[in-house]
Design a protein around this ligand. Structure first.
Ligand code: PLP
Length: 365
């Protein structure tokens, strides 16, 4: 958590229920309204469109189940979504929805097909992939789906706080973010939801937050989320440039010192990648060995999605991209962030050749 988020949380932790009409309630509500305004301004939304949730996962669920929870619904998605969307779409399918998928290329980017021209209950696509960092053509997807009246949910968890977001200009119906991705508290998410169409509430209760996400709002967490987002937005351009430079130095260093290695999507024609993402393929290396050897040096990296509950699973993203098995098994993702320094990159570059050599030996056993 950014220090500003810690301080803001502590400052407001004593506030009472923002739904109260008495003085303490009004005081809490004023802080909440300010948090909503800050988030709305930074993300190009109206304050009324800002819904605070308990995670990015919850924001994705509220939108998707709210648009496609009824049997007979039609959902369009992609094979590279984070489990928060992937498992939700699979569950909607089990409950009677028809599910269609847009294909993804070997470059990690979703192809736009005429599947989008047939109206659906919802189309859902991530803005940037959490594993490869590949940025997806969400603006084109929104325009095409909206053209036939299909609401579009954008999972922008990897993008908010890192790249500019303008909800109104994008035209999406709903958009999900997660506070811990930009230095806010863990267990805090944001759902931007247009005035219409509105997802049918998944939870029922006291009608807070337009009834879309009822329940007493945690004002301190909302304020800390807004404070973190404001600081992240203020440093966004400089930080993106700094991380891009560090990331490129890392990837160039790896490609020039470790044989038979490739960057998964970086450098491919027409593919934009998140500034802090370095995703590499070391064919013939054992994934678990790479992670454990790096961990022994204090270097924290992942093979699949770090969110898969601590279990190293084969990446469904790389499989969907059609990569051969030995490439999928030897995939490694480094994520650079605001605390990453040039010394960190040099430290990693100094140790990685040995790690990959050993992990390739392990795979031969
Ligand atoms: N969507 C994407 C693309 C993510 O990367 C993540 C988390 O890493 C999520 C959704 C889930 O967010 P949360 O961890 O806040 O539930």
């Amino acid at each position: 958590m950014r220090q500003v988020a810690v301080d803001t949380w502590a400052e407001h932790a004593h506030l009472l229920n923002p739904g109260g009409q008495y003085a303490s309630g009004r005081a809490a509500n004023a802080v909440l309204a300010q948090a909503r305004e800050t988030v709305a301004e930074i993300l190009g939304a109206d304050p009324v469109e800002v819904i605070f949730t308990a995670s990015g996962t919850e924001a994705d669920n509220v939108a998707l189940r709210g648009f496609a929870g009824e049997p007979g619904a039609r959902v369009i998605s992609t094979p590279i979504e984070h489990p928060a969307v992937r498992e939700t779409v699979a569950n909607l399918g089990k409950r009677g929805a028809t599910v269609a998928m847009l294909p993804v290329g070997e470059d990690g980017v979703v192809d736009i097909t005429d599947e989008l021209d047939e109206p659906a209950s919802v189309m859902t696509c991530m803005w940037a992939n959490n594993e490869t960092g590949a940025i997806q053509p969400v603006a084109e997807i929104v325009a095409r789906a909206n053209g036939v009246g299909t609401p579009v949910h954008v999972d922008a968890v990897q993008v908010v706080g890192h790249l500019p977001v303008d909800f109104h200009a994008l035209g999406a119906t709903t958009l999900a973010a997660s506070a811990h991705k930009f230095g806010g508290p863990r267990g805090a998410g944001i759902l931007l939801a247009k005035r219409s169409p509105v997802p049918t509430p998944v939870l029922t209760g006291g009608g807070q937050q337009r009834g879309i996400r009822p329940g007493t709002v945690d004002v301190a967490t909302a304020a800390a989320t807004a404070a973190a987002l404001k600081e992240a937005a203020g440093e966004m351009d400089a930080e993106a440039a700094r991380l891009t430079q560090l990331r490129d130095e890392l990837v160039d260093g790896i490609l020039s010192t470790i044989p038979d290695t490739r960057a998964t999507v970086l450098g491919r024609e027409g593919v934009d990648v998140l500034p802090g993402h370095a995703h590499l393929l070391f064919p013939g290396a054992n994934g678990d060995a790479m992670i454990m050897l790096l961990d022994s040096f204090g270097i924290e990296a992942s093979t699949g999605s770090a969110c898969n509950n601590g279990v190293n699973q084969r990446s469904h993203v790389l499989e969907a991209m059609g990569l051969p098995d030995d490439h999928v098994d030897g995939a490694l993702r480094f994520t650079l962030g605001r605390t990453t320094t040039d010394e960190d990159v040099q430290f990693l570059l100094g140790r990685l050749p040995e790690v990959i050599g050993k992990a390739r030996d392990v795979a031969k056993l």
